[in-house]
Design a protein around this ligand. Structure first.
Ligand SMILES: Cc1ncc(C[n+]2csc(CCOP(=O)(O)OP(=O)(O)O)c2C)c(N)n1
Length: 522
């Protein structure tokens, strides 16, 4: 871990002084951005990344990034400074109870009892963070500890992959061989376990229909593949209805299931056998239905491919292409994403945070490569901007595009500065609709009504804000300018921001309309 993402304070200075020349420090101007960039960097590298925050002052500010890391299984090793041990009892300025604060969202939170234990605690945190399911660990380190001598620690090898039980997998294989109508639900853990190609090979071997997990934090199957059927709805009854035609469903690397609006119903129809392979014992325990098997996704896919009969491709027809949206004024998100899909480089990495236009983005963007899509794992806004910067710094050969709402961008706006300072090749596309459209839609969907304060955000000039951080930025208002501007900005060097004035949405929620019988909060 030689790249450190952080924001410094007095209690970290003894740690930061005289940093070795082969270490790189990446500064974020707010801890959400610093830890959020580390998150993106770790997602792209698939490795643990070091974050250094400032006592309780910044572990509070950075907590939402830790929540993201928890739900996205990202191995961050986070340290914060603590006041000097010698007067901690007297509760001095900046004394920190950060260990208690972060506990529910890290795998381990600890303040070593002795200064001499700090290096071994960092090593232990590293080994724990990288065990599946990967996740953040947190250490609070008193500032006087860095002046103590301590014995060197031994570097050990700790192998993280846990193989699934083959007796249990054998039962899945037998169910597959006797099924007539098979579907997979693919989830983010496939990429965590480097299982993309194994899962594609397995789906082709079995001619299984493939669905994306609801509200996906990553895409885990080629979007244009003929077996790909699209996404699942995030609510109990509608999701079970979508899968009702299948006699056997195997969820690979996702929870059963991630819901949003409460639409009660059985999680799966009684005629459907449900299997679950996950690298997370927590997901296995929390699943509402099905037989769960814990273990590595790539290994499970390889095993099932070797122990099932190949099935000929039936009459699967590819998903129909979505209608070509018209160039309306104001620009619709659907039109924006259809043009973006045409002009963006094929190897681009997408880092998305545009709540009300997720559905349009999902319909029109069609990358087929692994590691191409990342999104908010648990609805905490502020993920997109810093993650985009971290993803690009870890992927120097690929551009990153970050479609982000004009509301969402405000939660971690300082990441624009880091993008400029560290030359991250990111094209930020702000969908400027002047309101919290996703919340208004939820008001309509659940009959809360529109008499709710705090739904509009007029008067924000994103071009000036980006320019204030030193970034090239421009606005697009007319649909006929969009393609040319996008092409110019993708051809440019360095980070840039395009603020696109888009139409407001409404009515639906995460792809669900009134036909799903939503909860009524009138
Ligand atoms: C940190 C945080 N604060 C508030 C919310 C609630 N929230 C969910 S969607 C949303 C609107 C975001 O606005 P914008 O990015 O402009 O997207 P739009 O809804 O217009 O598509 C808000 C405020 C949240 N999810 N996370």
């Amino acid at each position: 871990m030689t790249v450190i993402f952080g924001n410094p304070g007095s209690t970290e200075l003894p740690f930061l002084r005289d940093m070795p020349a082969d270490f790189k420090y990446v500064l974020g101007l707010h801890e959400r951005s610093a830890a959020g960039m580390a998150l993106g960097y770790s997602l792209a590298k698939g490795q643990a990344v070091f974050v250094n925050l400032h006592s309780i002052a910044s572990s509070g500010n950075g907590l939402s990034a830790l929540v993201d890391a928890w739900y996205s299984h990202v191995p961050l090793v986070v340290t914060t400074g603590q006041q000097d041990r010698r007067h901690l009892l007297a509760e001095p300025f900046l004394s920190s109870r950060a260990v208690e604060t972060v506990k529910p969202y890290v795998k381990w939170a600890h303040e070593p009892l002795r200064a001499e234990d700090v290096p071994a605690a960092i090593a232990r945190g590293y080994y724990l963070a990288t065990q599946p399911p990967m996740g953040p660990v947190f250490l609070s380190i008193p500032m006087d500890d860095w002046t103590h001598e301590c014995p060197p620690i031994t570097i050990r090898e700790v192998s993280p992959a846990a193989l699934p039980d083959t007796t249990a997998l054998e039962k899945v294989a037998r169910a597959v061989d006797t099924s007539h109508n098979l579907a997979f639900v693919v989830g983010a853990q496939i990429e965590e376990d480097h299982g993309w190609h194994d899962v594609v090979a397995l789906a082709e071997h079995l001619s299984a229909d493939v669905y994306q997990q609801p509200i996906p934090p990553r895409w885990n199957f080629p979007r244009t593949h003929p077996l790909f059927r699209g996404g699942l709805l995030p609510a109990q009854k509608p999701l079970a209805d979508q899968l009702s035609a299948y006699d056997t469903v195997i969820v690979l690397g996702a929870p059963i299931f991630l819901y949003y609006a409460y639409v009660p119903g059985a999680p799966i129809h009684p005629g459907t056998k449900l299997f679950h392979i996950t690298n997370s014992p927590l997901d296995a325990a929390a699943a509402l239905a099905g037989t769960s098997i814990v273990g590595n996704l790539a290994a499970a896919a390889k095993y099932l491919r070797a122990h099932t009969k190949a099935r000929p491709r039936g009459t699967t027809t590819p998903r129909p292409e979505p209608a070509q949206p018209k160039p309306e004024s104001p620009i619709t998100p659907a039109f924006l994403f259809s043009v973006l899909n045409r002009v963006m480089p094929r190897n681009v990495v997408i880092c998305e945070e545009c709540p009300s236009s997720k559905g349009d983005l999902d319909r029109y963007l069609t990358p087929d490569e692994p590691g191409s899509f990342y999104s908010v794992p648990n609805g905490v806004l502020g993920f997109g901007l810093p993650a985009a910067v971290g993803l690009q710094l870890a992927n120097p050969g690929r551009k990153v595009v970050c479609p982000v709402g004009d509301g969402s961008i405000q939660y971690s706006i300082q990441a624009l500065w880091s993008a400029v300072q560290y030359h991250a090749e990111v094209v930020f596309i702000v969908l400027r609709n002047g309101d919290y459209t996703a919340l208004k839609s939820f008001c309509d969907f659940t009959k809360v009504g529109r008499n709710v304060p705090g739904m509009d955000i007029p008067g924000i000039d994103m071009v000036k804000i980006a320019q204030g951080y030193g970034m090239a930025a421009r606005e697009v208002d007319r649909p006929e300018d969009l393609e040319r501007v996008l092409k110019e900005e993708f051809a440019g060097k360095g980070p840039r921001l395009i603020s696109v004035n888009v139409a407001k949405g409404g009515q639906t929620c995460m792809g669900m309309d009134q036909s799903v019988n939503p909860p009524n909060y009138r």
